[in-house]
Design a binder for this molecule. Structure first.
Ligand SMILES: [Zn+2]
Length: 101
């Protein structure tokens, strides 16, 4: 799992390759939540505002399955608008950069 900070340090960008489908997914996580987890908080405490699908994606110990693979494996009904494919994430930022020009 790879993590980068963006501009103002309010958010961490978690980049993760799903161990099943090998696709890279990206999720922006508030820095305070991410740091709480790094400092030892339980997954459900550090990410209590996130749904189970998002927590599973962020759970490096449980494999960090992407949304599509979680649906396939667990049959979960959850969805997430926070977990993006690499292409969706880049497109979103391209649009933001273009809007700022
Ligand atoms: Zn996957």
């Amino acid at each position: 799992m790879e993590v980068n900070t963006i501009s103002n340090l309010d958010a961490m960008v978690v980049t993760h390759r799903c161990p099943v489908c090998r696709k890279v997914h990206v999720m922006e996580v508030p820095a305070e939540n991410y740091l709480a987890r790094q400092l030892g908080a339980m997954l459900q405490d550090a990410y209590k505002d996130f749904n189970p699908m998002e927590r599973t994606f962020l759970d490096e110990r449980a494999g960090g399955y992407c949304p599509e693979c979680q649906k396939m494996i667990f049959g979960t009904d959850y969805t997430s608008d926070k977990i993006m494919t690499e292409e969706e994430y880049l497109a979103k930022h391209e649009a933001a950069v273009e809007a700022a020009l």
